[in-house]
Design a protein around this ligand. Structure first.
Ligand code: GLN
Length: 506
């Protein structure tokens, strides 16, 4: 469809308009997505699986229904990509781990089912850090994803593939998950918008659990308008997830039309950006965002989240503890990889019963080293004698962190801060240094520990043309406020319209 559809897919609402008006068929849109995948995958490697035939079939069905005048759901024909941690009954779900390399779940995650019901076409599954543990997508057992803005650099993680899939122009909308920053940090590194909803806003049923009290799925796209459309389809109560919240789903698209910032109180985390190690481009983006909001009529209030120095240590006790428990289900018997007798590692298991040996060698061979590190840290912190000193203590600090947010939200409507201490780093730069990798989460884990929604917005580029993000956080279930403020920012700036070199939009 030359002239109407670009070579790469960009805005969700534009694609939906083309589909609705009949200016493009679902087949043409899907073919564009698949062509863009063909053009960019050899370099970017955003996907672990692409569903060529099924996607084209689903598109043909949409076109047939439209032609016959049958009523169509709101996202009919929209191609989306799903992080490979969300269960899909018609495609493998690997969590980018050898443990689940050949695993296809018997059911769809609720958020996937909801997107399909809304008419979206799932084009494929996106690469990630193994079991969502990491900040660069380098711990994936399925290969390394490259940042479309600079292919020597990481797209971020753990939803690096989901971010790169959008920034490569293969889909206008992808779904990531965020346990400690895994939607927002890759969004910032790839110059797109990423939303971590309130804990409980979207069902976790079928989201392979990393840290159950922190995990949340959310939408990623170029602009706030894209993520609003995604959230609309994903949000809602699910009886299959006891932590999902039975709270009415508002009209997110309506919330972003004509956003008004007059009198909105925005708390700024100045002490965060002033910290050592925060690069100048991050400071500049933050200062500019503050000015944009001031000019839009918002009231800027200095705030401090007192226990923020404890966010990372608290997270890196709680998340591994929950992971060590959640990942015990991968034992060679229930799911995925089973290590066959006679293969490597047998010598160390000489005096072990066969079943025990099978568990041990399956886990030894199936998990990568970062996952093993988390399991060991978590098991240690939960063990007798250390439980109170580490896990229980971390839970107490988490309470204090939540209290800081409650107190802050008495004074302000939203909190503005950075997403990451620096723009995308080079592949290989941090992979052997877990502490520097964990410090990527400095500004993001607070929202997970408190359960509040947070959004990463494109905030410009540094001197090397690498994107940087700015972050807004809101009180629980205040996604409308968050999206409205994001939309107001994007109506006053053009950062979200910047594209990497080679992104052919015409
Ligand atoms: N980088 C963090 C970690 O490694 C966050 C991961 C996530 O949000 N899934 O745990």
């Amino acid at each position: 469809m030359p002239g109407i559809l670009p070579n790469m897919l960009d805005s969700t609402s534009t694609i939906l308009e083309l589909l609705e008006s009949g200016d493009a068929t679902a087949k043409e849109v899907t073919e564009t997505a698949l062509r863009a995948i063909g053009a960019t995958e050899p370099t970017h490697k955003s996907y672990t699986h692409v569903s060529y035939d099924a996607a084209l079939q689903a598109a043909a069905k949409v076109d047939e229904d439209r032609k016959a005048g049958r009523p169509l759901p709101p996202l009919a024909g929209l191609p989306v990509a799903i992080k490979d941690v969300l269960c899909t009954s018609d495609m493998p779900t690997t969590c980018s781990s050898n443990m689940l390399r050949n695993f296809t779940p018997p059911y769809d995650a609720t958020v996937v089912a909801k997107l399909k019901q809304a008419g979206a076409i799932v084009i494929g599954k996106t690469n990630m850090d193994e079991f969502a543990m990491g900040a660069s997508t380098e711990t994936s057992a399925m290969g390394v994803t490259r940042n479309p803005w600079d292919t020597d650099r990481t797209p971020g993680g753990s939803s690096g593939g989901a971010a790169a899939a959008v920034a490569s122009g293969t889909v206008p909308l992808s779904i990531g998950t965020d346990t400690g920053g895994s939607i927002r940090q890759p969004a910032a590194f790839c110059g797109i918008t990423g939303l971590k909803p309130t804990y409980g806003r979207c069902s976790r049923y079928g989201l392979v659990a990393f840290a159950s009290s922190l995990d949340q799925a959310g939408p990623m796209g170029w602009a706030v308008s894209d993520v609003a459309i995604g959230l609309q389809a994903m949000a809602g109560y699910d009886p299959a997830d006891s932590t999902s919240v039975d709270h009415e789903v508002p009209d997110y698209r309506a919330a972003i039309t004509d956003p008004d910032m007059k009198g909105v109180r925005i708390g700024v985390l100045r002490s965060a950006v002033d910290q050592e190690g925060v690069t100048p481009a991050i400071r500049t983006a933050f200062a500019e965002a503050e000015k944009v909001y001031r000019d839009l009529g918002a009231e800027i209030v200095e705030i401090d989240l007192e226990h923020s120095p404890y966010w990372v240590p608290t997270y890196y006790v709680i998340a591994p503890c929950e992971a060590s428990s959640n990942l015990s289900r991968f034992d060679g018997a229930h799911y995925g990889y089973r290590h066959e007798a006679g293969a490597s590692g047998e010598a160390a298991l000489e005096n072990t019963q066969p079943l025990e040996a099978m568990y041990r060698s399956s886990r030894a061979a199936g998990f990568g080293s970062e996952v093993k590190r988390r399991i060991m840290v978590g098991t240690y912190a939960l063990s007798e004698g250390y439980y109170d000193a580490y896990y229980n203590q971390a839970l107490k600090v988490r309470r204090l962190i939540r209290g800081d947010y409650d107190a802050a939200f008495e004074k302000v409507d939203l909190i503005l801060g950075p997403v990451t201490p620096s723009p995308a780093f080079r592949l290989g730069e941090n992979i052997d240094d877990p502490i520097s990798m964990y410090l990527c989460d400095l500004f993001t884990v607070g929202a997970n520990l408190a359960g509040v929604p947070a959004i990463s917005l494109p905030g410009g580029t540094n001197d090397d043309g690498l994107p940087v993000g700015v972050q807004l956080q809101a009180p629980v279930m205040q996604e409308c406020k968050l999206l409205a403020a994001g939309a107001a920012f994007q109506s006053a700036t053009s950062h979200h319209q910047q594209r990497p070199e080679g992104f052919v939009a015409t």
